[in-house]
Design a protein around this ligand. Structure first.
Ligand SMILES: [Zn+2]
Length: 417
């Protein structure tokens, strides 16, 4: 009973906090909809500012509905007995053992995935469409979905089988082995993803010879950065939003530009954006993030190792465990469903660390490239992505991985003056 109460309190608090933060952000953005902030008055028109406000609010409203639906799903699976019914039905069908536990986890992933389809569909073909950002065809939506399921199961099913086997056979320290397997796996994915998976979804072409390439090669030399090539990705087939990123680690690292980014920014601005991304690499942000994620997953596995042996963990969340032994899949399923309710409260910590990294990467870009170019690039990207220039401070402190535009630009202007 105790854990039911602890879970319910955390559940209500996290649901309420999510809702409250979204409502705050909606009110704040709406209140500032009628005037462009003074420091952007010359660069952003009122119409663009209002489009950003409307787009931000539309996304938040959809998020509020999603928050409600996922709350219902979570309670449906746990306290209302959905997982128990599913588990019993699969036990009758398949009997005890790893195949049954696998079927349980796969069913949960499928059920959640199916319930998510209307949201993704609405987001892409109504919300993004209404603001002129959607470039995806319905055919591509389904082909992405089909490829996603195929790749996900080709990788996920064997991995799950290994973890469930460890849970069953590796003794009390199974969680340590499972964590080690997952860590090695995610390091491997750093190479597998850009090399084999991303090309299934997008075309990558070498960046054309020309002034942009020359300028970028000079930047890479200045920063002493060895890449495995510069690529342009056809991001425009899905969305008008632009981006630049790195993929891979060690010797496999590639630099990838969305074609939409190169269309919108001039070569100096593209260079400044890339210098920012290089800053993340050179300031070791990428390595730090990876290490933190390994440490966190270690703690999560240790917790799962302990909690999965407690009968109350199952009964207090609405399922009956197998009292004579093996409950691997059931424990994983419950943990997957319930842990986000608790980890949500740590979001501000990771947002804070991320914003600190953004300032550092901006500093690096200002030093190796041009703060002025980065400012004009950011203004263009904020306009093109219709990001709000007037976010609520508390919402930002909680969620934002990037500092709000006015602060970020003010910080950069210190360098250029
Ligand atoms: Zn960044």
């Amino acid at each position: 009973m105790t854990f039911t109460i602890v879970f319910l309190i955390a559940f209500i608090a996290s649901f309420g906090l999510r809702h409250w933060l979204s409502q705050r952000q909606i009110r704040y953005v709406a209140k500032h909809r009628d005037a462009v902030p003074a420091e952007f008055a010359e660069k952003v028109t009122l119409a663009e500012h209002q489009k950003a406000a409307d787009y931000t609010i539309a996304k938040l409203r959809l998020g509020i509905i999603e928050n409600g639906v996922s709350a219902i799903i979570l309670i449906g699976f746990t306290l209302l007995g959905g997982l128990q019914i599913l588990n019993m039905a699969l036990l009758q069908l398949l009997g005890e053992g790893i195949p049954q536990q696998m079927a349980l986890l796969v069913s949960i992933v499928l059920i959640s995935g199916v319930l998510d389809i209307p949201f993704s569909w609405y987001k892409q073909f109504h919300l993004e469409e209404r603001f002129g950002f959607n470039r995806m065809t319905k055919k591509l939506f389904f082909s992405d979905m089909f490829k996603g399921i195929s790749v996900g199961s080709a990788i996920g099913v064997p991995l799950l089988w290994v973890i469930l086997s460890l849970m069953e056979k590796a003794g009390d320290l199974w969680w340590l082995w499972a964590w080690a397997v997952l860590t090695v796996f995610s390091l491997l994915m750093q190479w597998v993803f850009p090399t084999f998976i991303a090309p299934l979804f997008n075309k990558f072409q070498a960046l054309d010879e020309g002034p942009l390439k020359t300028q970028i090669e000079a930047l890479l030399k200045r920063c002493d950065f060895a890449s495995q090539g510069l690529f342009v990705m056809d991001g425009s087939k899905r969305s008008a939003h632009g981006n630049a990123f790195f993929a891979g680690m060690g010797k496999a690292k590639r630099i990838v530009f969305f074609d939409t980014l190169i269309e919108k920014l001039n070569p100096g601005e593209v260079e400044a954006v890339l210098a920012h991304e290089l800053g993340h690499y050179k300031c070791n942000h990428i390595r730090k993030r990876l290490l933190v994620s390994f440490a966190l997953s270690f703690a999560m596995f240790a917790l799962l190792g302990w909690i999965s042996t407690k009968v109350w963990f199952y009964t207090d969340l609405g399922v009956m465990p197998n009292l004579n032994g093996y409950n691997g899949g059931l424990a994983l399923a419950l943990f997957m469903l319930v842990s986000p309710v608790f980890s949500f409260f740590f979001t501000p910590l990771s947002s804070l660390a991320s914003r600190k990294h953004e300032y550092e990467a901006d500093g690096f870009a200002a030093e190796k490239s041009s703060a002025k170019d980065l400012v004009t690039a950011l203004v263009k990207l904020y306009q093109d992505n219709a990001s709000t220039l007037t976010p609520d401070p508390i919402y930002t402190a909680f969620y934002s991985s990037h500092p709000p535009a006015p602060l970020r630009i003010a910080n950069l202007q210190r360098f250029s003056s």
